[in-house]
Design a protein around this ligand. Structure first.
Ligand SMILES: Cc1ncc(COP(=O)(O)O)c(C=O)c1O
Length: 363
């Protein structure tokens, strides 16, 4: 037997907004090619759907081999860069077969390339650790790593050069200058294309846009800077998280709502229960008072977020809330940046945290 039911919780993905945001990035980095960062299921938006919507990007970047393989299996044929590279021969062989480009950041990865099969060829991005102390060769080892790669028959063309900024979202951070200086000095005189900038850097440090830029968050219409939203930069939100009212009730003064009963009606209250919770990726850290929309009107979270449900104070809505009314948790009209502040996190975490049971609808 098969039934088709309308999902209670869904994430609509506005593919037109994705394409618009790519154009905004192009206009802000007109001399650079764009490596669209679509790791972590395209920040929760759907890996393959996003790759297809952004097929005019110059390359895609993912973190891991399996993400790249999922793209190839779906017929994505353009350049795919593995941001963490490969970690064993098996992954190297898969990367060769799938024609992935590899970030190289450890001596072990150079050894893997040295031992590649004679017919295997790779485009490689050599990563400098310019000060973030995450991935990459430190400056003293970088030149030797570059020289070692140059000798390997497995390399296709000169190694491209790559680094990542730790604080591009903090205007005027001195460490950013240090990192840029470290990269400039390590890259001086070496052949190969350069790639430095993430979303924040593209907007905040246009002077260091290189051959390539690597935006993630901007493509999804979200601001990388605290205190602003994507619309401030002409971006359009891509994901809107929707649910529905599944119950309503009237509360007397003093009645409590949800686990722990720590929301207490201070007035006669109309309460709506919506079908969404931390099992969908709506964070439990959101406190009472956090905003959401019911039938397009702003209302407030009341009580703790449960696994599958939330309470909403709908007393002040102009039109009385009813069963089936649409609820928006974030997205169009309710910036995810604002919800992230309430949840004391960053928009990245909210977007990536959408769970598997949320139905994705492409617009
Ligand atoms: C190495 C690297 N480059 C680029 C990005 C894209 O960053 P953003 O989404 O801030 O543009 C990331 C994201 O975490 C990353 O790890």
């Amino acid at each position: 037997m098969s039934f088709s039911v309308t999902p209670l919780v869904s994430a609509s993905i506005d593919t037109g907004a994705l394409r618009h945001n790519l154009q905004v990035v192009r206009s802000r980095a007109p001399k650079s090619r764009i490596m669209a960062v679509i790791k972590a299921n395209a920040y929760g938006h759907g890996l393959v759907a996003v790759a297809k919507a952004l097929d005019s990007a110059d390359a895609f970047a993912v973190a891991r081999v399996d993400e790249g393989l999922a793209l190839r299996a779906a017929g994505v044929s353009g350049a795919i860069v593995l941001l963490e590279g490969v970690f064993d021969k098996n992954q190297l062989d898969a990367a060769a077969a799938a024609d992935f480009e590899l970030v190289v950041h450890t001596p072990e990865q150079i050894e893997l390339l040295r031992n590649a099969s004679p017919t295997q060829r790779f485009k490689v991005w050599l990563k400098l650790d310019s000060g973030m102390n995450r991935l990459g060769f430190k400056q003293p080892e970088f030149a030797a790593a570059h020289a070692a790669l140059k000798l390997l028959p497995a390399l296709r063309g000169p190694a491209n050069l790559f680094t990542h900024l730790a604080s591009a979202d903090v205007p005027g951070a001195a460490t950013t200058d240090d990192q840029l200086n470290a990269f400039a000095s390590a890259a001086r005189g070496l052949p190969g294309e350069c790639c430095i900038e993430n979303s924040a850097a593209i907007f905040a440090i246009p002077q260091s846009q290189a051959d390539w830029v690597r935006p993630g968050l901007l493509l999804y219409g979200v601001s990388p800077f605290a205190g602003s939203i994507g619309a401030d930069y002409g971006l359009l939100p891509v994901m809107t998280l929707h649910s529905h009212v599944i119950a309503t009730k009237a509360l007397d003064v003093g009645e409590r709502v949800g686990y722990g009963g720590d929301w207490i009606a201070a007035r006669p209250t109309r309460l709506a229960i919506a079908a969404v919770g931390y099992g969908d990726g709506y964070p439990r850290s959101l406190p009472s008072g956090s905003p959401l929309h019911v039938s397009g009107e702003r209302a407030e979270l009341a009580g703790r977020v449960s696994m599958d449900m939330i309470g909403i104070d709908v007393t002040d809505l102009k039109v009385e809330a009813r069963l089936g009314d649409p609820v928006v948790l974030w997205g169009a009209g309710l910036p995810v940046e604002e919800i992230a502040v309430w949840a004391q996190t960053i928009p990245y975490e909210l977007l990536c945290g959408i769970s598997q049971r949320v139905a994705v609808r492409l617009l």
